[in-house]
Ligand binder design. Structure first.
Ligand code: HEM
Length: 460
């Protein structure tokens, strides 16, 4: 019997995506924009101040422009309408895998963001089982205990660098809560192996030559794979409340995930969760130091809750905490741009764009459009509260977690982790930035503090 038309189309398109050349299309001369310096393009501008580069390009060329950075030509599609067009993708013009493969390929292969169409849908359904409410409630208990203990171990009344401290805390926590119970585990080598993988995502030389970050990253992957392989039997035999156990029970359309798929998904989840949440908590902490009155407001809101740990059911009673969370992600989205590759020729904004064009949506820039946000550069969590609710003008005006088929699967986990962190931090401490260090920001690959963010905690 013949396959139904939908399935045939899916297979044809999947084949087209698979055959796209690794390098994107360079024939973009008909579009407004410029490629900057020969060979290096706008790489320097992107690395030193990406937001300023985007602002100046939009001011010069408008909402569709071509540019070049990190040895790749691409086209920006600016604004929430463009974001909806690309992310809802009703005509199936865009693919995620070829775009993300240039950064993640060889390290985080076969993660959810490196899958498209039916293959993606089926694996996403399987992974969703790890993010259902009862499972989240169980992570919530673990997170309360872990974050309270971690924050409690930080120095009081003396300055320390917040960014490396929170990064280590979150990674130790992720290894515990993603990989599950293993009393014999030595976290330090796994932590190191993962950091080596992250560093390798930025490598320009992507061959395992001696001394290169790439070689370390590939070795890091092998270390983690070997560890996870050694734990598969135990997780299947005695499942716990962790992501690893849940994936061992999960099934896609073909049935249970195989061992290779479980490990690939788990490593990708660790990747997707780690830098994004470290970036969010660092931006929040910097803002709390700049606006100490918000420390008081959030503390007061938390204090009105019943005694005990923060639970998912409490979130509805925390509108100010929620506005604070959303406003931080509006001003400082950890993923500043979403990337895709055109699988087919398409049109946008009056321009014809050929298949295999690299496309990006400048999320951070979109979050500051004056058409959608009053005084867009000002930190103002009240814009989210009843009476103002500025977020309601366009369903794609606020996209820290993306949208459409690839919308962040861990967004509720991230929200939970962030709010639990704020709860334990603010209930016990005031936080101040070291006046001797002007806060600095690094924008690539994600927005993080440029100088470690030295802060001091003092007991409330
Ligand atoms: C504040 C924290 C986070 C932010 C800002 C964030 C942001 C994003 C964004 C923008 C995307 C879409 C990328 C695209 O469409 O190209 C995404 C996808 C994804 N995120 Fe997150 N993320 C966060 C935390 C997490 C956490 C904690 C997890 C897991 C525990 C996670 C798992 C994923 C996964 C699996 C995908 C791929 C979804 C798919 O392809 O269907 N994220 N995230």
């Amino acid at each position: 019997m013949n396959a139904p038309a939908g399935a045939r189309n899916n297979d044809l398109l999947q084949e087209t995506i698979r055959k796209l050349p690794a390098k994107p299309n360079r024939q973009l001369g008909h579009l407004p924009g410029d490629y900057g310096l020969p060979v290096f393009g706008h790489t320097w501008g992107l690395l030193t101040n990406g937001p300023k580069l985007t602002e100046s390009m939009v001011a010069r060329y408008g909402p569709v422009f071509r540019s070049s950075a990190l040895f790749q030509r691409s086209v920006a599609l600016v604004g929430p309408d463009a974001a909806r067009f690309v992310l809802l993708d009703q005509d199936q013009n865009f693919a995620a895998r070829p775009a993300w493969n240039t950064i993640l390929g060889g390290l985080f292969d076969n993660g959810l963001l490196l899958r498209d169409l039916d293959d993606h849908r089926s694996h996403r359904r399987a992974l969703q089982q790890a993010f259902k409410k009862p499972v989240l409630e169980s992570y919530c208990r673990t997170l309360n205990a872990f974050l309270a203990e971690g924050i409690g171990s930080w120095p009081v009344d003396s300055y320390f660098d917040f960014y490396p401290a929170v990064k280590k805390l979150l990674l130790d926590n992720a290894i515990e809560s993603f990989f599950g119970d293993d009393p014999t585990r030595d976290v330090a080598p796994l932590n190191r192996a993962f950091i080596d993988m992250l560093n390798a995502t930025l490598a320009i030389v992507r061959r395992p030559l001696p001394g290169t970050n790439w070689r370390k990253g590939v070795r890091g992957r092998r270390t983690l794979e070997a560890y996870l392989e050694s734990q598969l039997g135990a997780r299947k035999a005695k499942p716990g409340d962790d992501f690893f156990s849940t994936l061992c029970q999960a099934a896609d359309d073909e049935g249970a995930l195989n061992d290779r798929e479980i490990i690939d998904h788990l490593l990708f989840l660790l990747f997707a969760a780690h830098d994004t949440t470290s970036s969010t908590l660092s931006s929040m902490t910097r803002i709390l130091c700049e606006h100490p009155q918000w420390q008081e407001r959030l503390r007061e809101e938390f204090s009105a809750l019943p005694d005990g740990p923060l639970q998912l059911d409490h979130f509805a009673q925390l509108p100010q905490v929620d506005g604070f969370f959303r406003e931080t992600l509006r001003l400082h989205p950890p993923v500043p741009a979403i990337i895709r590759r055109a699988a087919k020729d398409f049109e946008w904004g009056g321009y014809a764009l050929p298949a295999n064009t690299a496309v990006f949506l400048p999320v951070r820039f979109n979050h500051r459009l004056p058409e959608f946000w009053s005084s867009p550069g000002t930190f103002d969590p009240e814009r989210w509260l009843p009476g103002r609710e500025e977020q309601k003008k366009h369903s794609f005006q606020w996209l820290p977690f993306g949208g459409g088929a690839h919308k962040c699967l861990g967004l509720h986990f991230a929200e939970m982790q962030t709010k639990i962190f704020l709860f334990h931090l603010l209930r016990s401490y005031r936080i101040t930035a070291d006046p001797g260090h002007k806060p600095r920001v690094r924008y690539v690959p994600l927005e993080i503090p440029g100088n470690g963010l030295p802060v001091a905690l003092s007991r409330v």
